[in-house]
Structures are given as structure tokens and as C-alpha cells.
Design a binder for this molecule. Structure first.
Ligand SMILES: CCC1=C(C)/C(=C/C2=NC(=C\c3[nH]c(/C=C4\NC(=O)[C@H](C)[C@H]4CC)c(C)c3CCC(=O)O)/C(CCC(=O)O)=C2C)NC1=O
Length: 186
């Protein structure tokens, strides 16, 4: 498992070179935005169970065959496994966002997941749909702009004071980890 710093070391060592000034600049950016990064991780982690249940409910709402006999969220044992998998995926996305590197997500969550799902008959397209919903939720929570229309009574704001760009680069980075999950399953 690598983070932004160990990744810089491993890449430099692979080409027997020193850490160049461009890399140092990137790491300085990581440090400068460290508090925002922690807020972004917290925005996802502290809303995780609501995000997962909403994403799985949305996925099922759009495809109700999943909870009928023969569907992969039927019976409750499979429904529970699906909710658990949503939580696992979201948890590894938060680890990657904290580390500023995707390797923890790749190595410990995504490696072999497509094959496992194929063997168990877990439909990848439905999983991808749930991940897409979590991606949209995560962006809303990092920006601290959850929509009233979608959240209703569950609307919860973190009280972010970042107004100029709504943490756009962290939203983009988190989105890239969700995209990684989607491409690993597709
Ligand atoms: C730490 C990394 C890690 C991951 C990622 C992981 C995933 C994982 N999900 C599994 C099962 C499962 N995963 C699902 C998930 C779903 N079914 C659907 O219809 C939806 C599309 C989807 C939820 C979004 C289901 C239903 C099962 C049980 C399948 C079965 O036993 O028939 C299994 C088989 C063993 C088990 O049931 O626990 C694994 C290994 N386990 C891990 O240790």
C-alpha cells in the first residue's frame, strides 16, 4: 500500500533518480490542502451508512428484479451482502482519498473483485449503478452542497467554510477513485 509520499519514493527509485522539483511541488500541494483533505474524508466517512443505504435503495428502485426470486439481492442474506459490499467499497475509497493514492483500493478491494462477482452471479452493471450514485453523493458531501430535493429530511451539512472552489480538486480526485471501481468491474 502506497501513499502520496511513498509513491514519490518508489517512482523515483524505479528510475534511480532523486525526487524532482515537480514532485516536491505536488507533495507541497498535498500538505497545503491537508486539512481540506481530512474534511473531505470526514464528509464521506461520517455520512457513509446513509450514502450506502441510499445508493443500494436507488439501485434496487431502478431494477426491482434484484429483490425478487432469482435476483441477486434476494433473499435477505444476499441483500445484506450487497449492503456490506457497498460499505466496503466506500470505505476503501475513503482510504485512497486519505492517502492520496489508489493502491490501497486496488490491492485490497478491487483486485479479483470482478472475477468474484462473475463467479457468484453478482451483476456488475447494478453494482456500477450503486457506485455511480455514491460518486454523486460523495461529490455533494465534499462540496458540502447536498441537495434538499434528494436528501429531504435527511439533509445534513458539514458546515464547510471553503467557498471559492468548493474543494473542486478533492471532488475530482474522489471521483477518480469511484471511476476506478467502475472500470475494475466493467
Ligand atoms: C475487502 C474487500 C472485499 C470485497 C470487495 C468483498 C466482496 C465480496 N462480495 C461477496 C458476495 C456478494 N456480494 C453481493 C453484492 C451485490 N448483489 C447485488 O445484486 C448488487 C448488485 C450487489 C451490491 C451492490 C452479494 C449479493 C453477494 C452474495 C452472493 C451469494 O452468496 O450468492 C463475496 C463472496 C463472499 C461473501 O459472501 O462474503 C465477496 C468476497 N469481500 C471482501 O473481503
Amino acid at each position: 500500500m502506497l501513499d502520496a509520499f511513498s509513491r514519490a519514493v518508489v517512482s523515483a527509485d524505479a528510475s534511480t533518480s532523486c525526487i524532482d522539483s515537480g514532485k516536491i511541488g505536488e507533495l507541497r500541494g498535498y500538505l497545503n490542502a491537508a486539512n481540506r483533505r481530512l474534511d473531505a474524508v470526514n464528509a464521506i466517512a461520517s455520512n457513509a451508512s446513509c450514502m450506502v443505504s441510499d445508493a443500494i435503495a436507488g439501485m434496487i428502485c431502478e431494477n426491482q428484479g434484484l429483490i425478487q426470486a432469482g435476483g441477486n439481492c434476494y433473499p435477505n442474506r444476499r441483500m445484506a451482502a450487497c449492503l456490506r459490499d457497498g460499505e466496503i467499497i466506500l470505505r476503501y475509497v475513503t482510504y485512497a482519498l486519505l492517502a492520496g493514492d489508489a493502491s490501497v483500493l486496488d490491492d485490497r478491494c478491487l483486485n479479483g473483485l470482478k472475477e468474484t462477482y462473475a463467479a457468484l452471479g453478482v451483476p456488475a452493471t447494478s453494482t456500477v449503478r450503486a457506485v455511480q450514485i455514491m460518486k454523486a453523493q460523495a461529490a455533494a458531501h465534499i462540496k458540502d452542497e447536498p441537495s434538499e430535493a434528494r436528501a429531504g429530511a435527511r439533509l445534513r451539512k458539514m458546515g464547510s467554510t471553503v467557498t471559492e472552489d468548493r474543494c473542486a480538486s478533492l471532488v475530482a480526485e474522489a471521483s477518480s477513485y469511484f471511476d476506478r471501481v467502475i472500470s475494475a468491474l466493467s
